[in-house]
Design a protein around this ligand. Structure first.
Ligand code: GLN
Length: 470
């Protein structure tokens, strides 16, 4: 069993032909975690005992020939997705001892397939960040260069897969939190169409932007996990009906060159062009697209996201969940609990969100941002009449060193290419696109594909063409 190159598809074949058992596979991953995670710190908690029990149950199912695509596959969960009876903290002190009282819908679906849950992974606190540095429980290191961040906010999930400490992982993506860490750690990360995967049991960050999605080694694996977790859910009022749009098979890609020129480092752009050339060689047509309002994505995102986050996080008040600081009055319980329980970035976003929603400023900021969000959505709609997908780098630069983006605006700029897909609600995937050199180390970068609403099949098909030649 070679964990380095192992994929879900390959493990499925080996498990079904009894080359090894789910328990042996799980033990191999638990060994890898024991060996490497002291340094990387992808996991906040490893569920060793439970994982073995789940692996045995999977082996019994396989023996009965009751096999589904993820039966016995060891997977890691981001710390903001609920599993009944287990701790889920969103890497925040305010939820340090919070135990989930129910399963997220994705958890229910994965349990039905008998996956093995290896543990919960580190993340930026409440998924706010692009480096996993805002976790209340220490940083996660990039397996490609431990002086550098793995990206975020799903940095633990990305490092677990990239560091071969899980075969796949779930993450959440509000403004790039699956795709950006996937890009920085050299794996595949996919954000589904808004509403394709239920958000029930995902701790809400910004409800109109959040989606759960897979982090995997290959596009094929991302498709397998997506198929397992997708589907209409009456418990999520924004969940879409179950419809699968067929792949269009025509292949025209749009590149918003004017937008890309804004922030990409030259060698990252070069890698992007190399992957683009491979696609051209495969018969793809490439067109320039304008998407004029993409330039406002970052500004719009950093108004809408904090606005929604500030209302969603109002529930952490010291009474209903987790941490509670004693005080003389109820008002003081709220303020002391929140001052102690939330980290700096979370407090900053709550302040920004409350400000842009306040009566004197909502017209100037929040409502304006929502109007521009509509323009971004229609920009995409218009271009998707003539192209099958829009492509761009996932991030403007490769993984950065710890502390390098301590200025919040520099950190936010990291999301420039990731936020448009969330604002428009369309599906997007990041696939590995080779490496660039920094300080003598080859660091991975990602090639991002953005498809029309509900067109995951097109996304995966193009993703497979892009990854095979990059
Ligand atoms: N980096 C972005 C932010 O800090 C995206 C986070 C996310 O997708 N959860 O908001």
């Amino acid at each position: 069993m070679n964990l380095e190159s192992l994929t879900i598809a390959e493990a499925r074949r080996a498990l079904d032909s009894k080359e090894y058992s789910a328990l042996e596979l799980t033990n191999a991953y638990l060994d890898a975690i024991a060996k490497k995670d002291g340094d990387i710190h992808a996991y906040l908690e490893v569920w060793e005992k439970e994982a073995r029990t789940e692996a045995k149950a999977a082996d019994e199912a396989i023996a009965r020939n009751d096999i589904q695509p993820l039966t016995g596959i060891p997977l890691a969960m981001k710390d903001n997705i609920l599993i009944e009876g287990r701790t889920a903290s969103a890497a925040s002190k305010i939820l340090e001892n919070y135990r989930a009282s129910y399963d997220a819908t994705v958890t229910t679906k994965l349990k039905a397939q008998k996956v093995v849950f290896l543990g919960r992974t580190n993340m930026d606190e409440f998924a706010m960040g692009s480096s996993t540095e805002t976790s209340a429980y220490g940083v996660t290191k990039n397996p490609h260069d431990t002086r550098r961040v793995p990206g975020g906010s799903s940095g633990g999930s990305a490092a677990a897969v990239s560091g071969t400490m899980a075969l796949a992982a779930l993450g959440s993506d509000t403004g790039g939190s699956i795709r950006q860490p996937a890009s920085l750690t050299g794996i595949v990360g996919m954000k589904p169409t808004y509403g394709a995967v239920s958000r029930f049991g995902l701790m809400a960050l910004a409800s109109s932007l959040d989606q759960i999605g897979p982090l995997t080694k290959t596009v094929e694996d991302a498709r397998i996990v997506f198929e397992a977790i997708r589907g209409h859910d009456p418990k999520d009022s924004t969940s879409l009906p179950d419809v699968t749009a067929n792949d269009t098979k025509s292949r025209t890609l749009g590149v918003p060159w004017a937008f890309l020129a804004e922030g990409s480092e030259p060698d990252v752009l070069q890698r992007f062009e190399t992957t683009l050339q491979h696609l051209k060689d495969k018969g793809y047509k490439i067109r320039d697209v304008l998407l004029p309002n993409l330039a406002f994505s970052l500004a719009v995102y950093y108004i809408i996201q904090p606005a929604e986050a500030s209302t969603n996080l109002a529930r952490y008040d010291g009474i209903r969940y987790g941490l509670s600081v004693r005080a003389d009055s109820i008002g003081e319980v709220y303020s002391k609990t929140r001052a102690l329980g939330f980290g700096r970035e979370v407090r900053r976003r709550i302040l920004i969100g409350t400000f842009v929603l306040s009566s004197g400023y909502a017209d100037a900021y929040y409502r304006k941002a929502r109007a521009v969000r509509e323009l971004i959505r229609t920009d995409f709609e218009r271009e998707f009449e003539s192209v099958d997908a829009v492509v761009m780098p996932t991030t403007p630069s490769p993984a950065f060193t710890f502390g390098a983006k301590s200025d919040p605006l520099a950190m936010y700029a990291e999301d420039i290419f990731a936020t448009p897909a969330n604002l428009a609600g369309v599906p997007a995937i990041s696939v590995p696109s080779g490496t660039v050199m920094r300080d003598g180390v080859a660091l991975p970068v990602g090639f991002q594909i953005i498809a029309p609403h509900g067109r995951e099949e097109t996304l995966f098909a193009i993703g497979e063409d892009a990854e095979s030649k990059s």
